[in-house]
Design a binder for this molecule. Structure first.
Ligand SMILES: Cc1cc2nc3c(=O)[nH]c(=O)nc-3n(C[C@H](O)[C@H](O)[C@H](O)COP(=O)(O)OP(=O)(O)OC[C@H]3O[C@@H](n4cnc5c(N)ncnc54)[C@H](O)[C@@H]3O)c2cc1C
Length: 215
């Protein structure tokens, strides 16, 4: 599959560019957080780490109505980046050290979501993105919380993924240098859940928590 626009065509290490929607979606779904870059109203760049959720071809971001990110709707171009580090690549030379990764960039102008049905779906998706199945176990947003949360959406139509896998790529003259080279695989591991100290007695740990697995 080819990139959909000039700006999503991977130019450096272009063999690592992936434009398949399923791959892009799976990276967005697995990445716990994303970073959103844009130019502020004051003219300087900012990159904001935040939570996201995907529903079909749409990526949702939420926050305080007063936040700079939530003020970007309709006119400010943003770039959302999600990154998963799969391993550290230890090469024979300093230069060829690297990382194995899967990352995504999504470009566009976000729209503000005001339709309540769409907001409800997106808020559930955000909760379930972080803890799958959690939305069935908790109280949803009340009117005040709903009013106090802005939601923006960006179509995942102009996007790229970049994926590095495999061992180090060393120089031929370094191959028999007696230096160890290889991969240190990395993954996110969830610890044992710790109950809120104020938790009322007799409550069982619900399935979304007891069954939680970090990817
Ligand atoms: C965990 C991690 C560590 C990295 N470390 C380094 C590093 O130390 N030094 C370094 O130079 N690079 C590093 N990279 C690669 C880096 O993300 C860029 O791909 C690279 O710097 C080239 O940037 P560019 O703007 O010149 O790319 P170009 O190829 O010119 O970018 C063109 C288009 O390709 C797409 N694209 C580029 N990079 C990515 C990406 N990572 N994910 C999704 N789409 C992408 C975008 O749509 C972009 O607009 C790292 C990537 C990851 C995920």
């Amino acid at each position: 599959m080819q990139p959909l626009s000039d700006r999503t065509a991977v130019k450096r290490s272009r063999d690592r560019g992936v434009y398949d929607a399923d791959v892009i979606h799976s990276i967005l779904d697995e990445a716990l957080i994303c970073h959103v870059g844009f130019s502020t109203a004051n003219g300087w760049p900012i990159v904001i780490p935040t939570i996201h959720a995907r529903v079909g071809d749409v990526l949702y971001l939420h926050g305080s109505p007063a936040s700079q990110l939530m003020g970007t709707t309709d006119e400010v171009e943003i770039c959302v980046t999600a990154t998963i580090v799969d391993g550290i690549v230890a090469a024979r030379s300093a230069f060829h050290h690297s990382m194995n990764y899967r990352s995504v960039m999504v470009f566009g102008k976000p729209r503000r979501v005001t339709d309540q049905a769409e907001r409800d779906v997106a808020f559930e998706a955000i909760v379930n993105h972080v803890i799958p199945g959690r939305s069935d176990e908790i109280r949803g947003p009340n009117e005040k919380e709903n009013k106090g949360t802005r939601l923006i959406a960006i179509d995942i139509s102009e996007a790229s993924a970049k994926v590095r896998t495999g061992p180090p790529v060393d120089e031929p003259e370094d191959m028999n240098s007696g230096i160890w080279a290889g991969i240190i695989p990395l993954r996110t591991v969830a610890g044992t859940p710790e109950p809120d100290p104020d938790l009322e007695g007799g409550l069982a740990v619900p399935p979304s928590i007891s069954g939680y697995r970090a990817n």
